[in-house]
Design a binder for this molecule. Structure first.
Ligand SMILES: [Zn+2]
Length: 63
């Protein structure tokens, strides 16, 4: 489980305005602007552009 305080300071690395991320299923952070997903592995958010999951694939995971 990600600490809500930590979640508050995290931001999407792909968006210049550094928008907040929403937590999805405790395993994925999704940008509220561009829709890219970032994996959480062993409770560590991986917020690197090369780790980004494309928005189309994030949508598929919800199905
Ligand atoms: Zn973004």
């Amino acid at each position: 489980m990600i600490d809500p305080d930590l979640l508050d300071i995290l931001a999407c690395p792909l968006c210049e305005q550094r928008p907040p991320l929403r937590l999805e299923k405790d395993e994925l952070l999704v940008c509220t602007v561009c829709g890219h997903g970032f994996p959480i592995i062993d409770e560590i958010p991986h917020l690197l552009p090369e780790d980004a999951i494309e928005p189309e694939k994030v949508g598929q995971r919800e199905a």
